[in-house]
Design a protein around this ligand. Structure first.
Ligand code: NAP
Length: 250
């Protein structure tokens, strides 16, 4: 948010509470508008997308950056919570704002994934048990979902001026491990370093028109066969659609 606002963007920054969103927006130089968004609560996603729509502007870049790592199994509406927050909430948000992205001259969706996607459960997305009760590696599973979502979205956007890409920030000393002991490796990068490639994908002229990639450090990055599986990506799209159908636009 800091860099994009410094470069002249009007940044709409989301946060779970109004106070934290206002504090974050007040801390950057440039134009930043807070919007309340809790990705675990689909009604909140609907309200947030309505607040963004009320600003009545095209969206040049929709950066799906929020994410959690949870310790124990938690569920929302019977679904594993990491999958809900990291993937499903973003899926719904993008579906509700996509027309604003395609209205921009070169609208970009940027989805934060992770190299950890390769550690997702065998077979990939656990369509037969999204409750999470019968499998582990919940964060890796959610990050695979992020990658597959971006892949299917990029296919759906081909032929338009808009694009979708997935990006790993690399191992970054942020607050992501706060629920599991805050143990970062000694080679962890700074938040500024981690945010650099997502910013580049969101705003750099060099990244305009790039579609359907998985990036790290400003370049295409290796990914698992699962994350390149177009059939799994298409199935995830339709399963996600049925899970949030009641909150999709009519
Ligand atoms: N850090 C790494 O090593 C690493 C590596 C690979 C990929 N990533 C990905 O990079 C992205 C950014 O993570 P980060 O490292 O910057 O972690 P972070 O410091 O924990 O930031 C994550 C953000 O997500 C927000 N969030 C959590 N639950 C939410 C919810 N239910 N609704 C809305 N927002 C919610 C958090 O808000 P609150 O402050 O209110 O909790 C926080 O602002 C994530 O998608 C993560 O999976 C990170």
């Amino acid at each position: 948010m800091r860099v994009l606002a410094l470069r002249g963007a009007h940044v709409i920054g989301t946060a779970r509470s109004r106070a934290s969103g206002e504090a974050a927006c007040a801390a950057v130089r440039g134009r930043a508008t807070p919007v309340v968004l809790d990705l675990a609560d689909f009604d909140s996603v609907v309200a947030a997308s309505a607040a963004v729509r009320a600003l009545d502007v095209p969206i040049d870049a929709l950066v799906c950056n929020a994410g959690v790592v949870l310790g124990d199994l938690e569920q929302v509406r019977g679904l594993e919570k990491t999958f809900v927050v990291n993937h499903l909430g973003h899926y719904l948000l993008v579906r509700r704002l996509l027309d604003r992205v395609t209205a921009a001259p070169h609208g970009r969706v940027v989805v934060l994934g992770s190299g950890d996607e390769r550690n997702a459960p065998r077979g990939g997305i656990q369509f037969d048990d999204l409750s999470g009760a019968s499998w582990d590696a919940r964060y890796a599973h959610s990050k695979l979902a992020n990658g597959l979502f971006s892949l299917e979205l990029s296919r759906r956007l081909s032929g338009t001026r808009a694009t979708s890409n997935c990006v790993s920030p690399g191992h970054t000393r942020s607050r992501i491990l706060r629920n599991v002991g805050n143990r970062y490796r000694s080679d962890a990068r700074s938040v500024q370093q981690g945010a650099a490639t997502p910013c580049w994908l969101a705003a750099a002229p060099a990244a305009a028109g790039v579609n359907g990639g998985f990036f790290r450090d400003f370049a295409p990055a290796p990914q698992s066969d699962m994350q390149r599986d177009t059939a799994m990506a298409a199935r995830l799209w339709s399963v996600s659609e049925s899970l949030v159908r009641d909150w999709l636009p009519g």
